[in-house]
Design a protein around this ligand. Structure first.
Ligand code: ADP
Ligand code: TYD
Length: 214
């Protein structure tokens, strides 16, 4: 089963992905935690290019580089793990492309991107996506004053579009995407997520504590 975490930079989604991964390990769900862009040699190299504040990248090239990193990760790592019955937890997946390149950069329609994502991943869909939603100010505070990567330097208007696109996506795909109020404490969010994942695993007829097939 593939579970993904989404949200703007600083929303707290990596914290939730890590907490779920730790919980899943403790419970013998054989989890695999991956982050995007990254997770393979090629994808990490592409990540370095994409996040380099000095790089000048055309928005269409940016879309294709994120997609290239994802295609490699899906085919080299995620698919094999799913076929071994593991629970794959992804810190970002294709909804990030819809929100950042589609919404933030404004270079592609959501409907076109839907087909594009299916092409890139060979029709892999997350069983569940948690959208950790916080206002921009909260995310900016959480990011603090650490050095900004290329994407984080994009500015408030960009992130307003990213957030709005995420919220529209969550409305359009309410069966898959669960919107969480990310201003709540991490443990509270984690408890809600674990309860939901346990239900999904039970639905998939996989005993919690045994395996988590894809
Ligand atoms: P993201 O992966 O979305 O960029 P992180 O999970 O790395 O965000 O969290 C960014 C910062 O916010 C970290 O310092 C983290 O400890 C803190 N944080 C994460 N979740 C919460 C939360 N629910 N409430 C308050 N602070 C949080
Ligand atoms: P990262 O440091 O992993 O940010 P975070 O901790 O917030 O996930 O950087 C990834 C950046 O790349 C982040 O700004 C979101 C952006 N991104 C896209 O623009 N499109 C994508 O498809 C993906 C996966 C990420």
């Amino acid at each position: 089963m593939l579970i993904t975490f989404e949200g703007i930079d600083g929303s707290g989604k990596s914290t939730q992905a890590r907490l779920l991964h730790a919980h899943a390990e403790e419970h013998g769900w054989r989890p695999l935690l991956v982050r995007e862009p990254g997770g393979t040699d090629l994808s990490e190299r592409v990540r370095t290019i994409l996040l380099d504040p000095e790089a000048h990248i055309d928005p269409r090239a940016e879309l294709l580089l994120f997609a290239a990193a994802r295609a490699q990760l899906v085919h080299e790592v995620i698919r094999p793990a799913l076929s071994e019955g593991r629970l794959v937890i992804a810190d970002r997946f294709y909804d990030s492309t819809t929100a950042y390149q589609g919404g933030g950069r404004g270079i592609a329609e959501a409907s076109w991107l839907r087909s594009f994502h299916q092409f890139v991943t060979s029709n892999l869909r997350p069983r569940r996506t948690y959208l950790v939603d916080v206002p921009l100010m909260v995310a900016a505070e959480r990011r603090g004053s650490t050095e900004r990567d290329r994407m984080e330097g994009a500015g408030d208007e960009f992130f307003e579009h990213v957030r709005a696109t995420y919220l529209r996506l969550a409305d359009a795909e309410a069966g898959r995407i669960v919107r969480l109020d990310g201003t709540r404490p991490p443990e509270v969010l984690h408890t809600d997520i674990v309860r939901d994942v346990e239900r999904l695993l039970a639905e998939a007829s996989v005993g919690t504590g045994t395996a988590a097939s894809g």
